[in-house]
Ligand binder design. Structure first.
Ligand code: SF4
Length: 76
């Protein structure tokens, strides 16, 4: 059975205070929504792990969660 790891990012939009740090540090994965009030995820596959982790570390409310998800039974 094929098995590989994917990244998944979640933003707790309730806790996000819209500072824009994540979008500034890692614009490949994050951007601000239309109102500029909350961050949203664009595409977690485009950005290197280190840059996403830097955005996670810079978030003042620690509302970004980065995790690895094991997927089984999928072929590339
Ligand atoms: S760094 Fe955190 S608080 Fe700031 S916009 Fe991004 S998710 Fe929201």
């Amino acid at each position: 059975m094929e098995c590989h790891l994917d990244r998944e990012i979640d933003i707790d939009r309730f806790r996000c205070k819209g500072c824009g740090a994540c979008a500034e540090v890692c614009p490949d994965a994050f951007r601000m929504d239309e109102d500029g009030q909350k961050a949203e995820i664009i595409d977690s596959n485009e950005a290197p792990d280190e840059v996403i982790q830097m955005a996670v570390a810079m978030c003042p409310t620690q509302c970004i969660e980065l995790r690895s998800v094991k997927r089984e039974g999928e072929t590339e």
